[in-house]
Design a protein around this ligand. Structure first.
Ligand code: AMP
Ligand code: MG
Length: 334
């Protein structure tokens, strides 16, 4: 059997996954960098990745029960993401490929989220809502590529929730990301406070809404529970509106929800309602594969490798702003 080792390092997570070419996940090890305070500092996250890289690769091989020599191809997240983080993962991948004398494949992080979602969720041709700390997009495959039907014009929805939570004085706890803390408080909220609802065509904007919510926090006029509730209702309604329009337009029969924010039960219930109305199947990707992970890079690496899409080491530079709709994806059929 042939195996691919995939390295993910676009932001705060350093992940290594190992899959067999027939799609069995043998290992998916993640080491997350948690800043002591504030948001992710790219250079510090990259330092974390460099420190743990050897250990995480070793643990993945041990979990998979294979030797490095059994690896046929190495894949890495080539973009989009934070420069220093991407470069650290790319360096580890190049070193492995050179040492083992095997091909290297550069994978688009957003495509990887969709491909692992298709594998895990057993969907064939979904409309995907990918919502995380760094990305917010609605995408489906049309005419040879994953097209972007809607996206954020500024910050990602996960980032909006995280910054709001930090402004409110919340600190991420072990096993409880900031978005999940907002969700917990929102469940106790009752009154809806009106916030800017910004959908422009098929695109979304969260930064003005975040500023407005932060100003309400400062005025200390409303309970935090009501603010969290209102923030969630507003941002998730915006996401659901755009997803529903894309669904009506594409007439896809499956909707895939992935990314860190996919864990949110309120978002899940809003999307489940619209998919029911459109007779589509709704599929939420479990956390292990919805969060940034190495398994998704390995799987997409296998698909690309099988279509001859390897890159020479000297051309394997990272692409910080690599868009999903720029990716040639010959392994998917219309
Ligand atoms: P990722 O960027 O895919 O690693 O996902 C991290 C993002 O998911 C962060 O913005 C988290 O706050 C967010 N997140 C995690 N759990 C939840 C939740 N239950 N509700 C909303 N956001 C969440
Ligand atoms: Mg992450």
């Amino acid at each position: 059997m042939s195996y691919c080792l995939g390295i993910e390092s676009t932001a705060d997570d350093f992940g290594v996954g190992i899959l067999s070419f027939d799609g069995k996940i043998l290992a998916n090890i993640i080491s997350a960098y948690t800043p002591e305070r504030g948001g992710i500092h790219p250079r510090e996250a990259a330092r974390h990745h460099a420190e743990v890289a050897g250990e995480v690769v070793g643990k993945a091989l041990q979990t998979a029960g294979i030797t490095p020599q059994a690896i046929r191809v190495v894949a890495f997240s080539q973009g989009p993401g934070m420069g220093p983080c991407l470069r650290t993962g790319a360096t580890a991948a190049r070193a492995l490929a050179a040492y083992l004398k095997i091909p290297l494949v550069g994978v688009n992080h957003c495509v990887a989220h969709i491909e692992i979602g298709k594998l895990i969720g057993e969907t064939k041709d979904p409309l995907t809502l990918y919502v995380s700390g760094g990305n917010t997009l609605v995408s489906a495959f049309e005419a040879g590529r994953y097209r972007v039907f809607g996206e954020t014009l500024d910050i990602a929805v996960g980032n909006c929730l995280d910054v709001f939570a930090r402004d409110a004085g919340l600190h991420p706890e072990e096993g409880m990301p900031l978005g999940a803390m907002v969700e917990k408080l929102a469940n106790q909220g009752q009154a809806f406070i009106s916030l800017p609802y910004i959908v422009k065509g098929m695109d979304l904007s969260f930064s003005g809404l975040l500023t407005a919510a932060a100003q309400l926090l400062q005025r200390a006029k409303y309970p935090i529970e009501d603010l969290c509730f209102s923030l969630q209702e507003t941002v998730f309604s915006m996401l659901t509106e755009v997803t529903e329009r894309a669904l009506a337009h594409t007439e896809k029969k499956e909707v895939l929800l992935t990314g860190g924010v996919a864990a949110n039960k309120r978002l899940q219930s809003m999307l489940s309602q619209i998919t029911d109305e459109h007779d589509a199947r709704f599929c939420v990707i479990p956390k292990e594969y919805a969060l940034d992970n190495g398994a998704m890079i390995a799987w997409t690496g296998i698909l690309a490798y099988q279509h001859g899409m390897t890159i020479p080491i000297e051309k394997s530079f990272v692409k910080l702003k690599w868009r999903l709709d720029e990716v040639y994806a010959p392994w998917v059929r219309d």
